[in-house]
Ligand binder design. Structure first.
Ligand SMILES: NC(=O)c1ccc[n+]([C@@H]2O[C@H](COP(=O)([O-])OP(=O)(O)OC[C@H]3O[C@@H](n4cnc5c(N)ncnc54)[C@H](OP(=O)(O)O)[C@@H]3O)[C@@H](O)[C@H]2O)c1
Length: 335
């Protein structure tokens, strides 16, 4: 039987306040090989806003349901799904893969369009925010430089969800972090999360401060979610041969580099996109990583900070809130 469900969507790309709307879409019963998923919760991430603005690396065709991550529950199986080797069953929590759209009441999908999520011991906001930011932190701490306990990592955007996950995962792995923020009031909060040092950008010369903090040891890994001057500052404190990973561009400003950093310090500049990692990874690798991160959530090693919750029908207000300065956690759509 057909039914209509609310979907936060765009018919054109542009300023979220004008192009994002919530409207009824019709969905049918799940056909052969399909399942019906009822969405439970989804965060508003910077990537969602970039998609709406038409500025993301990959854009779905228009009209497009918005929402890059979230948690939904499989509530109905179409014919033949039970024998599908990917093993979806009723009650399974899933994330619609990027492009499908998670800011919607329900969707019909094939198993390949859904990433199974751990459920036991997790609450919806933990599962809804499990797939993007913690994996980005996890991969960047594991895939670029072989780090040993006691090693230093330096990052900017330390108040972001990625930054917080970096602090908590690094502390769990015995790594030490130097964290750049742009607000003094964030210092104590990040120290309480396990940050070894928190420096306010622009307050001091980063080089001497870092040397003093680390007793002369310099970080071999820098994580850049900002760009502009901040990205250059990270490069300046890296050890010779160090790796500078760009994963975000919150300042929306390109960064330049003194040639000496490349010539004399032999630095590596690379990028990371978790969406591309998911495309390369096998289902087993994905499941293993998500289960490891879910364990960290269950044990309280990783925490999720939510600043405000909105119903799906108020998605536009939720996005406006996510764009506010000085936000202290994620905005969550409760569906
Ligand atoms: N490449 C990937 O695979 C990947 C994966 C996940 C996230 N990301 C990117 O990582 C970044 C952070 O995402 P998130 O979800 O963790 O963020 P978030 O929790 O929404 O937090 C936003 C962060 O950006 C900072 N910020 C906002 N405007 C800024 C500006 N003009 N200059 C400097 N900093 C600014 C905020 O600082 P305040 O706290 O001071 O406001 C805060 O730290 C985004 O660019 C996102 O697209 C990339």
């Amino acid at each position: 039987m057909e039914r209509t469900v609310n979907v936060a969507c765009c018919h054109e790309w542009g300023e979220p306040g004008s192009v994002l709307r919530v409207e009824p879409w019709t969905i049918a019963e799940p056909g052969p090989g399909q399942v019906l998923v009822e969405m439970i919760a989804a965060p508003v991430n910077p990537a969602d806003i970039n998609v709406i603005e038409g500025r993301y690396g990959k854009r779905p065709p228009l009209p497009a349901a918005i929402g890059n991550e979230g948690v939904g529950e499989v509530v109905q199986l179409g014919p033949g799904v039970e024998s599908d080797p990917r093993g979806l069953e009723k009650g399974q929590w899933v994330r619609p893969v990027p492009g499908v759209g998670s800011w919607r009441e329900a969707l019909i999908a094939e198993p390949g369009q859904l990433t199974p999520l751990p459920r036991e011991g997790l609450i919806p906001e933990q599962a809804a925010t499990l797939c993007v930011n913690p994996p980005t932190a996890w991969r960047m701490l594991h895939d670029f430089v072989e780090l040993r306990p006691g090693d230093w990592v330096v990052q900017n955007a330390a108040t972001s969800a990625v930054g917080r996950a970096v602090i908590q995962i690094a502390a769990h792995l015995g790594l030490r972090t130097i964290n750049l923020v742009r607000r003094e009031e964030a210092v104590a909060e990040l120290q309480a999360l396990g940050a070894d040092a928190v420096l306010v950008e622009g307050n001091a010369k980063l080089g001497p401060e870092v040397e003093e903090l680390t007793g002369g040891a310099r970080p071999r890994l820098a994580l850049n979610g900002v760009g502009g001057q901040s990205a250059q500052e990270l490069a300046k404190v890296l050890a010779p041969g160090g790796t500078h990973v760009t994963y975000g561009a919150m300042a929306k400003v390109p960064f330049s580099l003194p040639a000496g950093l490349l010539i004399f310090n032999d630095l590596r500049f690379v990028g990371f996109w978790v969406t591309a990692w998911y495309e390369r990874a096998s289902p087993d690798e994905i499941a293993t990583m998500l289960e490891t991160l879910a364990d960290l959530l269950r044990d309280g090693v990783l925490t999720v900070k939510i600043e405000a919750r909105y119903p799906l029908t108020r998605a536009r207000e939720a996005v406006a809130h996510a764009l506010r300065e000085g936000r202290r956690g994620k905005i969550l759509l409760e569906i």
